[in-house]
Write a protein that binds this ligand. Sequence first.
Ligand SMILES: Nc1ncnc2c1ncn2[C@@H]1O[C@H](COP(=O)(O)OP(=O)(O)O)[C@@H](O)[C@H]1O
Ligand SMILES: [Mg+2]
Length: 507
Amino acid sequence: MSQETALQLKGVTKYFGETAANDHVDLELKKGEILAVLGENGSGKTTLMNMISGIYFPDKGHIYVNGKEVSIGSPHDAFDLGIGMVHQHFKLINVMSALENIVLGMDPPEGGFSLQKARKSVMSLAHDYGFELDPNKKVYNMSVSEKQTVEIIKVLYRGADILILDEPTAVLTPQESDKLFNVLRSMKDHGHSIIIITHKLNEVLEISDRVTVLRKGKNAGTAATRDMTVDLLTEMMVGEKVDLDIWRTDPAEPRKRLKLKDLTVLNGEGLPALKDVSFEANSGEILGIAGISGSGQKELLETIAGLVSPESGAISFFSKDGDKEVDRKDVTLSFVPEDRLGMGLVASMNVPDNVMLRSYRDGKSRFVERKGPLETAKAIIKSLAVVIPDLSIRISSLSGGNVQKVLLGREISLSPDILLVAYPARGLDINSSFTIYNELNAQKQKGVCVICVIEDLDVLMQLTDRIVVLSGGKVSGIRDARTGTKEEIGLLMTSSEKKKAEGKDGK
Ligand SMILES: Nc1ncnc2c1ncn2[C@@H]1O[C@H](COP(=O)(O)OP(=O)(O)O)[C@@H](O)[C@H]1O
Ligand SMILES: [Mg+2]
């Protein structure tokens, strides 16, 4: 049986200034299927979906719904065409109940609106699709997953045939993701056509019928999911498997610098983000942390950095020669967090002032010492080839790659013993990426204990010495980066998901 097409895009193009966020994208969604749209950060997934749901209007291209060309000028137009989108950031009213949010803004039915009737039909809809819903619960009392449920029911209640979910699992625990997937399957059984955006490969394999991969704003290919593997999807996402040719030296006299023992850390919701994590990190080595996003990487770095206190377990630090346990205050620890402008730097300040943030205590009198930071800023700009029109501009007006270089440069200028880096080259072009890799290697050569969270497996295997793999907040394996294989690491990354599929490994 050949399936009919629910939605088709031809040559859809959208520019933001000079950059084409979407460049002549073709895409087809069949009736009653789940299509995954996969792509790295910034590959254009959200922008494309926003054009289908009436948030943006394409600069070029055509959109067809049920075979007819349409013009979608607003979210209302999209709804009229049976298209509903659940955004990454929810749009609910906090002081209202689930039910009130669901019915809010709908035209009253013939014979007038009755909240009792609405409640009945919302509840029977929830029941049909397998949602857990408390209609009276106020949004401000809801967990993220409950809010998402309300958003989805809201869209269904309006009669959407085509549902678009933008990274719905990014905010969910693995257990909640499982529940969501069951609901999606049930929606599919009811004849809905669904697009789910994700950058998690195992989710694509688990939930979708077909997958379209976006790479740098272009359609990099579409395939039947059953023909796909983690490796094939990775290749489609990152392009040809290239030997990156990253400079890597042997570890420089590695000595134990840091030891984690049975570390358990809770996240903001009070759920375990890390469970019984144990490993050692050495000086003169780059230790890579692998894992699908949200596996506890963020909490791991923040706990080592001392920003988060563990629920249980211990972190110990060791002297330079590795034989003596020392206090945290006796080691210099530098941290390049994921959230560069939020946590790492002050967006509205210029580069020298941002450098000074870390060194103001060095001032000799009651005056702040400005000359040092200025010199350091200049040195960072020179050595890391930061593109900056003039030293006085605020850091937020630099490109992402240059912001990252400044942050890494500042942290390195402190001569750390331990250097923690989250996603060192995320969003950077090739040249900037290599500048950063080379700098990390130089640190390793100097005897620094470097710990990096890296999402790109090719980079991970070619830059680091050892790899700790996190899966569901646990260490699922530790491998030598020179002898380990990508397949092996990939399997370790998804091991907790697999365990869950096979039975209970509940938290
Ligand atoms: N409102 C916007 N203004 C300017 N640039 C944008 C805007 N939205 C997205 N972009 C850019 O378009 C590209 C694609 O972004 P996006 O669609 O959000 O990617 P994804 O959802 O795959 O992470 C990125 O380079 C992003 O910086
Ligand atoms: Mg997005």
